[in-house]
Design a protein around this ligand. Sequence first.
Ligand SMILES: Cc1ncc(C[n+]2csc(CCOP(=O)(O)OP(=O)(O)O)c2C)c(N)n1
Ligand SMILES: [Mg+2]
Length: 313
Amino acid sequence: MMLRIRIFEEMVGALVTANEIRTPCHLYIGQEAIAVGVCTVLRQDDTVWGGHRSHGHYLAKGGDLKAMMAEIFGKATGCAHGRGGSMHLVAPAQGIFGTVPLVAATIPLAVGAALSAKLRGTDQVAVAFFGDGATDEGHFHESLNLAALYRLPVLFVCENNFYSTHLTLKERRVKDNIVESAALHGLASLVVDGNDVVAVYQAASQAVDRARAGGGPTLLECRTYRWRGHVGPALDLEVGQNRQRDLSEWMQKDPIMRLRERLREEGISDADLSEIEQRVAAEVDVAVSFARQSPPPDENELLHHVYASRRGA
Ligand SMILES: Cc1ncc(C[n+]2csc(CCOP(=O)(O)OP(=O)(O)O)c2C)c(N)n1
Ligand SMILES: [Mg+2]
């Protein structure tokens, strides 16, 4: 799954460079272990909520790869009928109710989904994925407070990649202490190496088990780094003097390379691993052809799907 996300996004990056894709794309390359480690723990009826950098969340939760590629191309066959582009992914049957580029906007929605599960007496869990930048917003704190107070089955997954657009964490906070917000609001927390998929999986399992058992919410801070620029495929090396050094250090901690080494130690052959890679690359190629061949939304239907309340209106 990490390779699916990586290869999908490398293709998207190349198509942005070629000017074939026009929607702004915020790439997740380097952070794949977080979406995959968390979503591997989840059931199909659990919900996930994301933001502007959510291709990985969508795929890891079971979203259809072809439908996302078509969405990024703005085509009628896209998962949001070509209305949303890269930043508005949706797949309700898979529990993906929305990724929204308003920073922190979906954190309260995940709390609402968790409240709904609690009121309906199900043991579904809701997961909010958001960046370190989202913790600068007030409703991050309001959401933590309410979730703790009502002991809601929600997992707050902060993907701390140390940037909010071009501003580093140090330029926005006196302390590197996002996780301490949990103690302040009275909920459980864990800090995890966000580039180690097994560590993320173990931490998420603990948090999800607690949530299902009625033990309330958890804040999981996953420390990671985005390889590409805030938006688009460039490496963003002109942003600050430390970026080049930090990026090369973090690339040594590539989550895919680390899992590959681990699997080799456990006896999985290089041939098996490259077979997986080829299979995924072929799947991405098929999705690109599908997206290219799909029609754009019909001009006469542009106002359809804008509101959910009236069918086709
Ligand atoms: C409410 C709001 N404020 C500002 C923006 C502009 N903006 C888009 S992404 C972003 C940075 C978000 O950083 P972070 O949450 O850490 O996510 P990352 O991009 O690092 O994945 C900002 C400030 C926005 N989309 N919404
Ligand atoms: Mg960030």
